[in-house]
Design a protein around this ligand. Sequence first.
Ligand SMILES: [Zn+2]
Length: 230
Amino acid sequence: MPEIKWMESPNYSSGRNGKKIIAIVDHITAGLMPGTLSWMQNPMAKVSAHYLVTRKGEIYQLVKDEDTAYHAGVINKPNWVLYDGTNPNRYTIGIEHEGHKNQGGDGTLTENQYQATLWLHRQLIDKYNLKITDSHIIGHCQIDSVNRPNCPGANFPWKRMFEDLRKGVIDMSLEKWMVEGGQKALTGLAKRKLVNNPENWISEEKLAEPVPSYLFWMMLQRLAEKIQVR
Ligand SMILES: [Zn+2]
């Protein structure tokens, strides 16, 4: 699992003015490490992002999620349906990706960088219950289509990322349903005194090693429901 390295930036406002995080804004930097990181830590720059994902695949956090980073900049002919007329920094999380000219400046991420940002997107989507749509995961160009049409760049892997994010949600849901179904089934069966000590049934792997575990729990759940009907 990637780790997030804390590298505080002075360029932020405390809190979010009562706004909720509703979207992630993806960016590409116009400079390479370590300069691009130290620039965002320089009070003169007055810019920052919550996260910076390097071409090596490292993740730096510069501003806490609950605080407002300065990444969305000037609003210029936005084409973002969730833009509410107020400062988007207040209700978004900004992720910068290291890139410069022919080293990913067009949004082409390295494989390590892609995997790291995919992981980071998943964490944030899960934590803030964000939807996986192009209104909730957007490019900087959707906020400033005039001066930032190339942020995060024409080759930013939107298609691959949305596919991977959606697939991840299906896996996570199956896992969640498996656990819920298993618990419901066990409680139901225990109530009817059909199993003893369900609290000892913690490891579903042990119970159903050759069967995909969600399938096993689903069958048990069906069984419990059947018994209930009678
Ligand atoms: Zn940008």
